[in-house]
Write a protein that binds this ligand. Structure first.
Ligand SMILES: Nc1ncnc2c1ncn2[C@@H]1O[C@H](COP(=O)(O)OP(=O)(O)OP(=O)(O)O)[C@@H](O)[C@H]1O
Ligand SMILES: [Mg+2]
Length: 275
């Protein structure tokens, strides 16, 4: 046994294994033979993996191994980087998002992204949440109020901000700002939430709030999270993928990856022998 998973909610683990067969079989995202280059530097090498609906999948690996690149490829954010070239397929609900006919706008709406550093817009809390829905042509104030209320509640931020919705989002604490960014992402009704080291800039208490929130979010959404924190991956994810130098070395059930890794490289990484 390599690393005992501590603090993991046992009921949570039990629930995962008991969940119904149907939802177990639903893959929201499937990556097929994905290769990606920045100019001549190949950052992703023949990646194949599937992401299950209503599950949290963690992507771990040392700095520069391609975690953020992989995450960005799920909503085609690498497209804006000059010299970036992609081969292979990423199926979202069975449709290749890299097909010529793919609707990039819809793809970005359905697959939301949360970054390492909270990045609220420099406007009020209310305007942060309603920004996306307004772009998608929702202008009825009752509906916008309901969206604001619902999303802030889902991001477990409502009670802390309900009296100050018109105040600037920049006045919130880092942890509150990150929950606001999650609420803002939820406001356009995504199906998948991508999180790139979402707690890296937060203190332990704010981190715990986000981790608890992620476990709540997976009831309705599918979460893919990049983290450098091995304990965090063990605590909150159902599946874990370990990447090294652009390759997916091992991918499996989080308990298996941490307690019984099949590859020596995975074992060396999770036991802290390199990183
Ligand atoms: N915009 C870019 N232009 C050119 N090369 C890039 C770009 N972004 C990333 N790379 C390169 O691609 C490789 C993978 O980088 P990526 O940022 O995906 O790694 P990472 O695993 O997220 O690392 P970290 O843990 O440090 O965030 C690295 O060699 C990096 O230098
Ligand atoms: Mg990164």
């Amino acid at each position: 046994m390599v690393l005992k998973i501590k603090n993991r909610n046992q009921q949570e683990i039990k629930n995962n294994h008991n969940s119904d067969i149907k939802s177990e079989e639903l893959f929201v995202i499937e990556v097929k033979d994905l290769n990606l280059w920045y100019e001549t530097n190949q950052a992703l090498k023949n990646i194949n993996m599937k992401f299950k609906k209503n599950k949290v999948t963690a992507i771990i690996g040392p700095s520069g191994c391609g975690k953020s690149t992989l995450l960005r490829s799920f909503n085609r954010m690498n497209d804006v980087i000059e010299g970036c070239r992609v081969e292979g397929e990423i199926l979202f609900n069975g449709k290749n998002i890299y097909a010529n006919s793919a609707d990039i706008r819809l793809n970005r709406k359905k697959i939301g992204m949360i970054f390492q550093k909270p990045n609220p817009f420099p406007m009020s809390i209310y305007d942060n949440i309603t920004y996306g829905p307004k772009i998608h042509k929702i202008d009825n104030s009752d509906i916008l109020n309901k969206i604001t209320n619902k999303c802030l509640k889902r991001a477990v931020l409502w009670d802390e901000v309900k009296e100050r919705l018109d105040d600037s989002a920049m006045g919130l604490s880092g942890g509150q700002q990150q929950r606001l960014c999650i609420a803002r992402a939820l406001a356009v009704e995504p199906e998948v939430l991508l999180m790139d080291e979402p707690t890296a800039s937060l203190d332990p208490i704010a981190t715990q709030k986000i981790e608890n929130l992620i476990l709540e979010l997976k009831k309705e959404w599918t979460v893919i999270i990049v983290t450098h924190n091995m304990q965090q991956a063990a605590r909150i994810s159902d599946f874990t993928g370990f990447m090294y130098l652009g390759e997916l070395i091992e991918f499996g059930d989080t308990t298996q990856i941490f307690e019984n890794p099949h590859k020596k490289l995975t074992e060396n990484y999770i036991t802290g022998r390199f990183g």
